[in-house]
Unconditional design. Structure first.
Length: 123
């Protein structure tokens, strides 16, 4: 099981070779792939997001399991922010990953590695 970080979604939408290859392999496993509400917001919010990238993001989102931020995730995100100094979005994504018992697929190893219980897979 995997949770995609925002950067994984954006690199995939930009057709970045390594991200596309890695994420396509994840889809081929048929294992659940989750996305945090925070990643959806971050991925779709750039003002100058090209239409082709927006379409790629929307298409990708249809294949993911959306995880809303409920009270348990919000509380865990608050604890992660407090304990490890994560930004709000990163804390919500990390909390979602821990909640789902999955591995976080990201290029942001530096920030997420602060959380010792978080499984991380680099793209």
């Amino acid at each position: 099981m995997y949770t995609l970080d925002t950067n994984a979604i954006l690199y995939y939408a930009q057709n970045e070779v390594h991200a596309v290859a890695r994420i396509d392999r994840l889809f081929a496993t048929m294992l659940p792939i989750y996305v945090s509400a925070a990643s959806v917001t971050e991925a779709l919010s750039p003002k100058l997001l090209p239409a082709s990238e927006r379409e790629a993001i929307e298409g990708m989102l249809r294949g993911l399991i959306f995880v809303p931020v409920d009270m348990p995730i919000a509380r865990q995100a608050a604890e992660l922010r407090s304990s490890y100094g994560l930004k709000l979005g990163d804390a919500m994504i990390a909390a979602t990953t821990l909640f789902t018992g999955s591995s976080l697929v990201t290029r942001n190893i530096r920030d997420f590695r602060r959380v010792p219980s978080l499984a991380i897979e680099a793209i």
